[in-house]
Design a protein. Structure first.
Length: 359
């Protein structure tokens, strides 16, 4: 008798109460779902521009999915859905089963929890696809809520990206002004250097002087050869030899002056001027490239701050369910019976062990 009473209390009564609730009091829920891909149409991606200052411009699908999930679980989403579909009144009415119903003492947090419990968001990393499901007591309403949530999510994600783009735009605008000042300063230094030494490009002057040196060296060698030839049959004080000696001395003096101008110790020599000019020119080139890049980044960010960069590309549209997805009565009862039978067996074994110890 005691054994039958235990079986009734542990197994039969819980199953009867659960079955009574499932078949008489529970309210069926219908699940509508949609699968979509978050497509990035941002300007920086289409133009192949990497905004290195900020890292990657576009978020990955996983990051976007997490942003959407956070937004869907927020009071902002709840308020918009409630305003359009009257969820609060629905969750307080008899159309919602007793265990999930809201009451007068229920808080705003309880309302959000009830909404989130009916909402499912999943992301497939392999395909990049996201799936949104919502359970409601009315199939058509569940489908409309899914459609409305997708619209809200796309708008919220684009607003999030626009806000970030505006922040980047403000930062890049400061960088543009800063790099412009650096370029103007570098250009002014180069211009001052050119005016100070009355020179446009020391590299060109070096090339000209090298050409002159090469020509004079050739003439110098030729004149020396002529002199040696004359000395083979003429006296060194003869008019022709003296004339050649004078020409050789003049050529040698000219070569010395030009080489001294190029490689001397003072700061006005061409070699020194060339390296100073090269440093200033390199600074101008570098700041010019940086300035051009920030101008491109500024224009891209300006466009992104205005455009709808993220698009929810529908893979499957919100479904209209024909049968309920909750509660799965056979599954609930079957699982409960198995668990209670296991619990009953364990309880019986514990009782046997206790009785053995008493004996």
């Amino acid at each position: 008798m005691r054994k039958h009473l235990s079986f009734f209390l542990i197994v039969v009564m819980p199953v009867m109460i659960t079955a009574l609730y499932l078949f008489l009091f529970s309210v069926e829920k219908f699940s509508s779902s949609a699968t979509y891909l978050i497509k990035d149409n941002s300007t920086s991606k289409n133009m192949g521009i990497d905004l290195g200052i900020f890292g990657s411009t576009s978020s990955s699908n996983k990051q976007d999915s997490k942003i959407i999930e956070t937004y869907f679980h927020s009071f902002d989403t709840l308020d918009r859905v409630d305003k359009k579909f009257g969820l609060y009144n629905l969750y307080r009415s008899s159309d919602t089963d007793l265990l999930n119903r809201l009451f007068r003492f229920s808080t705003r947090e309880d309302f959000l929890k009830a909404f989130v419990n009916n909402l499912t968001i999943s992301f497939d990393e392999a395909t990049g696809l996201s799936t949104l499901s919502f359970m409601g007591t009315n199939p058509e309403q569940a489908r409309k809520i899914v459609k409305f949530l997708l619209s809200c999510g796309e708008g919220a994600l684009n607003q999030f990206n626009r806000t970030n783009a505006e922040k980047k735009l403000s930062f890049i605008n400061d960088q543009v002004n800063l790099n412009k000042q650096k370029l103007e300063l570098a250009t002014a230094k180069l211009e001052k250097f050119q005016n100070q030494y009355n020179i446009i490009d020391p590299k060109a002057d070096l090339a000209i002087n090298n050409s002159i040196i090469a020509n004079l060296s050739s003439v110098y060698i030729e004149k020396n050869a002529q002199r040696n030839q004359l000395l083979s049959y003429m006296h060194k004080e003869s008019i022709d030899v003296v004339k050649l000696d004078y020409e050789i001395r003049e050529i040698k003096s000219a070569l010395k002056k030009i080489k001294s101008k190029m490689t001397g110790d003072t700061s006005t020599h061409l070699n020194d001027l060339f390296f100073k000019f090269a440093r200033l020119q390199a600074q101008v080139d570098f700041t010019s490239q940086v300035y051009k890049k920030t101008l491109v980044e500024y224009e891209v960010s300006r466009i992104e701050a205005l455009q709808e960069a993220k698009i929810f590309e529908m893979i499957t549209t919100p479904t209209l369910p024909d049968e309920s997805s909750w509660p799965n009565k056979p599954k609930v009862l079957g699982s409960m019976i198995i668990l209670l039978l296991v619990l009953y067996k364990i309880t019986g074994l514990i009782g046997l062990v206790i009785n053995d110890h008493k004996d």
